[in-house]
Design a protein around this ligand. Structure first.
Ligand code: 7TS
Length: 414
C-alpha cells in the first residue's frame, strides 16, 4: 500500500540515534529493549539538548535579569510551546510542567476536584486504570465522601461502552480514563467517550501516559478538559511530565503547591497567585528536563507520529501472531488495530518473574508483574503478566528473539 510506504520508518537509521541500543548486556549479548511502556530510550538529540543547556546556559528561570537567566527562561518557555504544539493545544499557557503523569493527575485531584466536588458526587473511572489514575481519586473520595464507579472491561480487553452509557446517566461529575492501557494496549475511543461524558455534564480527564508517546493526539479535537502525560515515555528525560488543562478551568482552579514562582505577591498572612501556568509550577522546575522534552517532541515530530503509530501497529500485530504460535502463551487484550505496542501475556505454569529473568540472560528486557494495574489483573484472574512493549526503534527481528527466548524458557522449565 502506498500510504504505508510513505510512512515506513527507517528503523536502522532511527536506532543509530539511540546510543544505548548499541550496548551489550553481557559478553556477546546485545540489548533487546522491549520495555518502552515503562520508559523509553533517549535519542542523542535529547541527551545533547540537556548537556548543552548545562554547558552553556544553566541558570534558574523567571528570576534573574542576567543573560543566562534570560536564555534559560526562553528555552524553558520555548519547550512549553513546542510540547503544546505537539498535542495541538492552541495556547501554551494551557500546559503545565509537572514531574510526571502521576503528579499531573494528583494536581487535578488536589485543585479542581477538591474545589468542585462534594459528598455524594460521582467520579467514573475504568477497570483498566493504572494506579496513578485510581489512588488519587480513592484518597479524595475518602476525604470528601465521593462515590467511585468503574466502567468494566470485557473479556476481549475493551471497555464496555453500554455500561459506560448507563453509568453516565447517573450523572458523574468527572470521567477519568486512560487513552491507552499500559497492560492490554487497548486504545480507547476518547473522542466518542468524551462527547458522551460532556453531554452527561461531566468533565473529562485523560491519562495519556501511553498514548501521547505512540499516537498522534490532538487535544482540542478530542475536546478533553484535562490530559496528563510523562516526558520519559516519549523519548524525553525523567522528572518532567505535563498536565494540559482547558484554560478557563485552569484559571478558575486554586494553586496546587505553594512557594516561589507561583505567586504575584506575598504578604505575611496572604498571597496573590500568579497567572496560569506559573500558578501551578511552584519552586524551581525541572528546567533541563523540560528542554529535553522539547527536543524529544522535535525528534518525534521529525519522525512523524502517524508513522510511529503505523510501525507499532505492524510490530504488535507481528508479535501477536508469533506469540500465538507458542504453546501455553495467552495474550491479554484486543487485536492489533485496537491496541498500541504492548503485549502482556501469561505462559502456562511459569511465573512472569522467572520468564523476565531468563529473558534478561538473553539480553531481552521485558517487565513482569502487575504493571501498576492490580485491579485489571484481578479482573482477568491472573496475579501477574509478562509484558513486551515496543517503540519506534524496535524490529520484527527483536520479536523473533523474544519468541526464541520464550522457547528456551520453556525448555528450562520442562
Ligand atoms: N498511566 C499510565 C497508563 C501508565 O502507563 C503510567 C506508567 C502512568 C500513568 C504513570 O506514569 P508516571 O510517569 O507518572 O510513572 N506506566 C508504567 C508502566 O507500565 N511500567 O512502568 C511505568
Amino acid at each position: 500500500m502506498a500510504a504505508s510506504e510513505t510512512l515506513a520508518l527507517d528503523v536502522r537509521r532511527l536506532r543509530a540515534e539511540f546510543p544505548v541500543l548499541t550496548r551489550q548486556v553481557g559478553p556477546g549479548v546485545p540489548l533487546i529493549y522491549l520495555d518502552s511502556a515503562a520508559t523509553s530510550q533517549k535519542p542523542r538529540a535529547v541527551i545533547q539538548a540537556m548537556s548543552s543547556f548545562y554547558e552553556k546556559h544553566n541558570s534558574n528561570i523567571h528570576r534573574g535579569i542576567h543573560a543566562l537567566a534570560e536564555e534559560a527562561t526562553e528555552a524553558y518557555e520555548a519547550a512549553r510551546a513546542r510540547v503544546a504544539q505537539f498535542v495541538h493545544a492552541g495556547d501554551p499557557r494551557s500546559l503545565i510542567f509537572t514531574r510526571n503523569t502521576t503528579e499531573a493527575i494528583n494536581l487535578v485531584a488536589h485543585t479542581w476536584a477538591r474545589m468542585a466536588l462534594g459528598p455524594g458526587d460521582m467520579i467514573l473511572l475504568t477497570e483498566m486504570e493504572h494506579h496513578s489514575n485510581l489512588v488519587p481519586w480513592q484518597m479524595l473520595a475518602a476525604e470528601k465522601g465521593l462515590v467511585l464507579e468503574f466502567v468494566p472491561v470485557t473479556d476481549a480487553g475493551l471497555l464496555d461502552l453500554d455500561v459506560y452509557s448507563s453509568l453516565l446517566s447517573r450523572g458523574p461529575r468527572l470521567v477519568a480514563f486512560s487513552h491507552m492501557s499500559n497492560v492490554l494496549g487497548t486504545i480507547n475511543p476518547v473522542g466518542q467517550m468524551t462527547a458522551a461524558a460532556h453531554a452527561a455534564g461531566a468533565k473529562v480527564l485523560i491519562d495519556a501516559a501511553q498514548s501521547v508517546p505512540h499516537l498522534p493526539v490532538d487535544v482540542e479535537d478530542l475536546e478533553v478538559d484535562f490530559m496528563a502525560f510523562s516526558g520519559h515515555k516519549m523519548c524525553g528525560p525523567t522528572g518532567v511530565g505535563v498536565l494540559y488543562g482547558r484554560l478557563e478551568l485552569l484559571e478558575a482552579m486554586p494553586p496546587f503547591l505553594g512557594g516561589g514562582d507561583m505567586i504575584k505577591r506575598v504578604h505575611l498572612r496572604s498571597f496573590v497567585a500568579n497567572d496560569v501556568p506559573h500558578k501551578f509550577e511552584a519552586g524551581t522546575p525541572a528546567i533541563a528536563e523540560a528542554i529535553g522534552l522539547g527536543a524529544a517532541v522535535d525528534f518525534l515530530t521529525s519522525v512523524g507520529m502517524p508513522a510511529v503509530r503505523q510501525a507499532e501497529e505492524t510490530l504488535v500485530g507481528y508479535a501477536l501472531d508469533r506469540l500465538a504460535e507458542v504453546p501455553g502463551v495467552r495474550v491479554l487484550g484486543p487485536e492489533a488495530e485496537q491496541r498500541g505496542g504492548v503485549a502482556s501475556f501469561t505462559f502456562e505454569g511459569i511465573h512472569p518473574h522467572d520468564i523476565a529473568q531468563l529473558l534478561d540472560r538473553q539480553g531481552i528486557a521485558v517487565r513482569a508483574g502487575h504493571h501498576c494495574a492490580m485491579p485489571l489483573h484481578e479482573r482477568y484472574g491472573v496475579p501477574a503478566t509478562t509484558r513486551a512493549s515496543f517503540y519506534l526503534y524496535n524490529t520484527t527481528e527483536e520479536i523473533d528473539s523474544l519468541i526464541a527466548g520464550l522457547y528456551k524458557v520453556k525448555e528450562i522449565f520442562n
